[in-house]
Design a protein around this ligand. Structure first.
Ligand SMILES: [Zn+2]
Length: 377
């Protein structure tokens, strides 16, 4: 499978009905209803607010892969890519490439959080810190699916904020991955090696599209995290993080990349299950580092100003509100957008200086107005 083929597949199967950041059950329900009988659909249970949590199964190969998305309700990019993948499966695009696997996919594990555009569920619990307690209905549903399906691999699909760089270089971490630790010592055991091998393969194949923009998520062991728990049960688990491609605040570019990443990973597993081939290359991937602001104003008369967008759900849309995050010497930081103040002071429209926590749409630099609002979202 070449990148060109994957690009053609994506163009043919992209679900235009899903777009932007706010994706909830109302968006995906009609799409689930329209799926063909080649995919088997089941309601696995109900969320705190009694919303259905679906599973979709495909294929009858020997190697089982369990995939879940949007356990954090405001991380919707991977859900979009999963519905693109469903289209590809229905159109038999991957019949040969995926013939060794059986997929079970929970496209929206946290429908209440998706509705409210929150990370947490309706009880304000982070489901990715509930793997040990299993205190929430959504956590019980995932655990039940894991126990019943007995996957050979797990894909834990997330989205990450714009602040991450891939290592110290000024490259946004467009995609980040993790082969979670299975114990506090972070032992590189067989199942971790298998996770690492899949990630190394995705990195190798996707690097021509996003050179230097693939990174590793932090790998401190945390038994409350679902991936770590499943890894500790010797099931190779892989964390996918859809990150920020420059200017792609709607996460449509990275959606395309996640589609390709999933296809590469599933195909690799289908063709060489349990492989640890080239897993060492995993360690060459740079770490996520917190080096980016959405906007960085440099060379002011005083401190550099680092600004990040707060995402607010309003009238069914996500608004991006610029907020001053840090002020000081921000020499080793980067901005997705940078403004050079040429030693002038940076003031509000009322001609007052800023402080961290201030929300600002417009700044005055030498009496000239600069809008900080996103123009295309
Ligand atoms: Zn997440």
């Amino acid at each position: 499978m070449t990148l060109k083929q994957l690009e053609e597949f994506f163009e043919k199967c992209k679900v235009n009905h899903l777009h932007g950041r706010y994706i909830n059950l109302d968006h995906i329900s009609p799409l689930i209803d329209q799926l063909s009988s080649s995919l088997s659909i089941k309601i696995e249970g109900y969320s705190v607010n009694n919303n259905p949590i679906h599973s979709i199964q495909w294929g009858n190969g020997k190697t089982r892969i369990l995939i879940w998305s949007q356990m954090h309700g405001n991380e919707s990019t991977t859900t979009k890519a999963i519905f693109d993948l469903f289209q590809a499966l229905q159109q038999h695009m991957f019949s040969e490439e995926f013939k060794g696997v059986q997929l079970m996919i929970l496209p929206m594990l946290n429908p209440d959080g998706a509705q409210m555009y929150t990370r947490q569920n309706a009880n304000d619990i982070d489901l990715n810190r509930d793997a040990k307690d299993i205190s929430q209905p959504e956590s019980r549903i995932l655990r039940k699916a894991f126990d019943a399906f007995k996957p050979h691999y797990c894909f834990n699909m997330h989205g990450q904020r714009t602040l991450y760089s891939a290592g110290p270089a000024p490259n946004s971490a467009v995609l980040s991955f993790l082969a979670p630790a299975a114990d506090p010592e972070r032992t590189v055991n067989q199942s971790r090696k298998q996770s690492m091998a899949v990630i190394a393969e995705m990195k190798k194949q996707l690097t021509p599209l996003i050179p230097g923009q693939i990174a590793l998520y932090n790998d401190a062991f945390n038994i409350n995290c679902v991936g770590d728990t499943f890894q500790s049960h010797s099931t190779p688990s892989i964390l996918f993080e859809a990150g920020h491609f420059p200017k792609d605040y709607n996460r449509e570019v990275v959606r395309r990349l996640i589609f390709k990443a999933m296809a590469i990973a599933i195909s690799f597993i289908s063709n060489s299950p349990h492989s640890t081939y080239d897993y060492e290359h995993y360690t060459e991937i740079p770490q996520n580092e917190e080096r980016f602001y959405d906007i960085l104003i440099r060379n002011t008369s005083d401190a550099d100003i680092g600004i990040r967008y707060k995402e607010i759900l309003k009238d069914g849309k996500i608004e991006f509100i610029p907020e001053v995050t840090d002020m000081g010497i921000l020499d080793n930081k980067y901005g997705h957008k940078e403004i050079n103040a040429d030693q002038y002071s940076v003031l509000s429209l009322k001609k007052e200086p800023f402080k961290p926590g201030d929300e600002i749409d417009i700044v005055l630099i030498n009496n000239e107005k600069f809008s900080l609002k996103l123009t295309d979202s």
